[in-house]
Write a protein that binds this ligand. Structure first.
Ligand code: PMP
Length: 368
């Protein structure tokens, strides 16, 4: 046996665990990580180059530690798209919403504290919890993947978690959570502790419904987290952000590393925000492709979970991993999230989606 992680004096809670990681395989059609399939438009690439060139001239200096210009622009984007007025003081940004979540858990979770999520959901909520020494509690869902409110309220009352995660639209199921459910969970969380409720809206721009951002008004323990990785088509940028009461923004400053957002990141994100209109047009295209995937999968004879995201969960399979492999054998990479009986496909370009639909149509014929 070779020397491995468990032979090192690593923290007990990390022993025997695997790192997060979707396979990055070199296949013709990659529909497995909920990325936006459209490269950034050329005028935006030009603008990024200009902005980064300017930033490069000052790289001998540390970047704006408080990312004031970027947070102001993000606040304007949120205000414009949600109709709810937020300002610089309500917004915080970090390297991907994963880092936003990590900072929230470092601030509100930690040793002796716990966090709950309703699974299946975004697995990093649990992994970042463990990584910050926060006990992870796996809450239930209904068979149709909606949140079982009564069971969720009971779990909150029983465990009294310090942080409650609600992902809407949910990953990997695509399920949106109604505002009334989030409000009820917030009330339950306040009655039990009070605790921080994190509404993870990574996919909200793809939803049929509206952002729950207005709910932060008068609810200082409610945080909405967002990302530029999906709707803005900028997964490689690593820019996530949150909107909340200004006190939450002040609180995360206690754990953020100084100068965590590089000048290059800030310049690139600012350039992307100048092109919001164009980028959101791609979102409209992806939403209609997502709806087409749902319709066609149903027509072929698969079951589909109603989706408000840029991906679709489909099934059911006795052995989803074998089906995943057989789709891959046809040059299409989808995601096996470990939800028994189900797989997840990201909406790609019309051609990519056609390739996926051809592959699953063939599989269905073989089964019959
Ligand atoms: N939240 C959810 C629900 C996600 O699915 C993802 C990405 N898969 C993230 C957060 C993290 O995204 P990023 O760090 O790229 O902003």
């Amino acid at each position: 046996m070779s020397f491995g992680i468990d032979d090192l004096p690593v923290r007990d809670e990390l022993r025997g665990k695997s790192p997060y990681g979707a396979p990055q395989l070199d296949v013709p059609v990659r529909l497995n990580t909920n990325e936006n399939p459209y490269p950034l438009p050329e005028p935006l690439v030009e603008r990024i180059t200009e902005r980064v060139r300017e930033a490069a001239r000052n790289l001998n200096r540390y970047p704006d530690r408080d990312a004031v210009e970027l947070r102001t622009r993000l606040a304007a984007y949120l205000t414009d798209t949600s109709g709810h007025q937020v300002g610089l003081a309500n917004v915080w940004a970090a390297n991907g919403s994963n880092e936003v979540i990590q900072q929230l858990l470092q601030t509100f979770g930690g040793p002796g504290r716990s966090a709950i999520g309703f699974e299946p959901s975004y697995s990093m909520h649990g992994l970042i919890s463990r990584g910050t020494g926060t006990e992870w509690i796996s809450g239930p869902r209904n068979d149709d993947f909606t949140i079982d409110l009564a069971a969720a309220e009971k779990a909150i009352a029983e465990h009294r978690p310090d942080v409650v995660f609600v992902t809407t639209p949910n990953n990997p199921t695509g399920t949106a959570v109604p505002a009334e459910t989030v409000l009820a969970l917030y009330e339950a969380a306040q009655a039990a502790k009070p605790s921080l409720v994190v509404v993870d809206e990574a996919y909200i721009e793809f939803s049929h419904g509206d952002s729950l951002l207005p709910l932060i008004e008068g609810r200082p323990n409610l945080v909405v987290s967002r990302t530029m990785s999906k709707a803005f088509g900028a997964a490689g940028l690593r820019l996530g952000y949150l909107a909340a009461h200004p006190a939450v923004v002040d609180a995360v400053q206690l754990v953020r590393l100084p100068y965590h957002l590089s000048a290059v990141t800030q310049a690139t994100a600012l350039a992307a925000l100048e092109h919001t209109g164009t980028l959101l047009k791609y979102v409209e295209q992806l939403k209609s492709e997502r709806d087409r995937l749902v319709e066609e999968l149903l027509a072929i004879g698969y079951e589909v979970t109603a989706s408000d995201a840029n991906f679709v969960q489909f099934g059911r399979f006795d052995d989803s991993h074998t089906v995943w492999q057989r789709i891959l054998d046809r040059g299409v990479l989808v995601r096996d999230n470990g939800v028994p009986g189900w797989l997840r496909v990201t909406a790609g370009t019309p051609e990519e989606n056609d390739a996926f639909l051809d592959a699953v149509r063939e599989l269905k014929k073989e089964q019959n």
